[in-house]
Design a protein around this ligand. Structure first.
Ligand code: CP
Ligand code: NVA
Length: 308
C-alpha cells in the first residue's frame, strides 16, 4: 500500500501545501458553524510523547475526535518504549493496531527509524531538529492575515532550533527569504537542516538588522526541551536577542509577530510584543487544530473532491 509520512517540511511539495490550506480553510469554516464532519470514523490515531506538550497533544486529540475518530495518548514514561523496547519493534506493533501515528521525540533519527518500520503514516509532532506541524499552521496563519507568503521576508531571531530549521526548509518551498540572526556559537548548519541551496536565507549578526523591512518577525524559547542543562549559559548568550517594541518598530509597519508558544515574556519576547497588536500567536495556536485535521485527512484519505 502506498502512503506518505510527514517527518519534515520538505516531505511535501508546494502544491500539496496549497491543497492542505484549501482543506484547512473548509474544515475550519465547517467547525465554526458546528457542522459535523466525520470522514475518519473508526480510524485511530496513536500519539507518542517523549517530551511535554499542551498544543500538540490537544490539537491532535481534539482534531481526531472532531473528524469522527479516536486518539490514544502514549507516553514513553509509561510504555515499554521507556524501558528499552526498540523503536523498530514498537513501530511494527503500534502500526498494526492504529491507522496513523504522531510522535514527539528527541533526535530526528528516532522518528525516521520508527517510520521505516511503520505500516501506517507517521507525523512529526516535534523533534530536536524539526517542527513541521507548527510551520504548517504558521504559514496558514500568515496567509489568513496577509495573503501569500511568497517573496516576503521572515526575520528569525534567536536560537537555531527546530523551529528555525523548519522555517528555512519552508522558505525553499514557498519561495520567501528568512533573515536569520543567532548569537555567536548558535549558527545554523544548512547541510544538517537539509537545505538545497543558500538562496532563501541571509545571516545577520545584529538582530536589529535582520528585522529591518521584515513582513514577519518570529522567535522561540532560548532553551528548547532537552537542552535544559544549558539554560543559564543560554540566558547570557541570548541577552541581546529579545524581540521588544523597539526591535519590532524596525520591521515593516504592518509586520506580524509569531511565536509557536510556550513563550517566556521578558526573555525571547517582551510582553508588549507578545500581547501587542502585531502578535498573531493565538491564531497560530488555534490553526494547529484546523491544519492538522487537513493533514490527517490527506494522509488517510488522499485528495478529496474540490467541492468539499
Ligand atoms: N507549539 C507547540 O508545539 O506547543 P506544545 O509544546 O504545547 O505542543
Ligand atoms: N523549540 C521549542 C518548541 C516548543 C514547542 C522546543 O523544542 O522546546
Amino acid at each position: 500500500m502506498q502512503f506518505k509520512h510527514f517527518l519534515q517540511f520538505n516531505d511535501f511539495c508546494r502544491e500539496e501545501y496549497e491543497y492542505l490550506f484549501e482543506r484547512a480553510r473548509w474544515i475550519k469554516r465547517e467547525f465554526k458553524q458546528y457542522r459535523q464532519y466525520w470522514p475518519l470514523a473508526d480510524r485511530t490515531l496513536a500519539m507518542i510523547f517523549d517530551k511535554n506538550s499542551t498544543r500538540t497533544r490537544l490539537s491532535f486529540e481534539a482534531g481526531m475526535h472532531q473528524l469522527g475518530g479516536a486518539a490514544i495518548y502514549l507516553s514513553t514514561r509509561d510504555t515499554q518504549l521507556g524501558r528499552g523496547e526498540p523503536v523498530e519493534d514498537s513501530a511494527r506493533v503500534i502500526s498494526r493496531m492504529v491507522d496513523i501515528i504522531m510522535i514527539r521525540t528527541y533526535e530526528h533519527d528516532i522518528i525516521k527509524r520508527f517510520a521505516e518500520n511503520s505500516r501506517v503514516p507517521v507525523i512529526n509532532g516535534l523533534t530536536d531538529e524539526y517542527h513541521p506541524c507548527q510551520i504548517l499552521s504558521d504559514i496558514f496563519t500568515y496567509t489568513e492575515h496577509r495573503g501569500s507568503i511568497e517573496g516576503k521576508i521572515v526575520a528569525w531571531i534567536g536560537d537555531s532550533n527546530n523551529m528555525c530549521n523548519t522555517w528555512l526548509q519552508a522558505a525553499e518551498i514557498f519561495n520567501f527569504t528568512v533573515h536569520v540572526s543567532t548569537p555567536p556559537g548558535y549558527d545554523i548548519d544548512p547541510k544538517q537542516i537539509g537545505l538545497n541551496d543558500t538562496t532563501h536565507f541571509e545571516k545577520f549578526a545584529n538582530p536589529r538588522k535582520a528585522v529591518m523591512g521584515a513582513d514577519l518577525v518570529t522567535t522561540d524559547v532560548w532553551t528548547s526541551m532537552g537542552y535544559e542543562a544549558e539554560m543559564e549559559q543560554r540566558r547570557n548568550d541570548f541577552a541581546e536577542f529579545c524581540v521588544n517594541t523597539e526591535m519590532m518598530s524596525l520591521a515593516k509597519k504592518d509586520a506580524l509577530f509569531m511565536h509557536c508558544l510556550p513563550a517566556h515574556r521578558g526573555e525571547e519576547v517582551a510582553a508588549e510584543v507578545l500581547d501587542g497588536p502585531q502578535s498573531v500567536v493565538w491564531d497560530e495556536a488555534e490553526n494547529r487544530l484546523h491544519t492538522q485535521k487537513a493533514l490527517m485527512e490527506y494522509l488517510l484519505l488522499g485528495r478529496l473532491q474540490a467541492e468539499k
